[in-house]
Design a protein around this ligand. Structure first.
Ligand SMILES: [Zn+2]
Length: 44
């Protein structure tokens, strides 16, 4: 994933079983990517 703000390739932290957090090393933009299991849980 590239930063939506500056286009730099983002690093990620696999924080929990429910989400992955991407962080831009240049501007510190943060993007939370919810995993499928978490999405399904939220739908119900
Ligand atoms: Zn950035």
């Amino acid at each position: 994933m590239n930063c939506t703000n500056c286009g730099t390739r983002m690093s990620y932290n696999d924080q929990t079983t429910k989400l992955t957090e991407f962080v831009c090393p240049s501007c510190h933009e943060t993007v939370i990517d919810w995993k499928a299991e978490a999405r399904n849980a939220r739908v119900h």
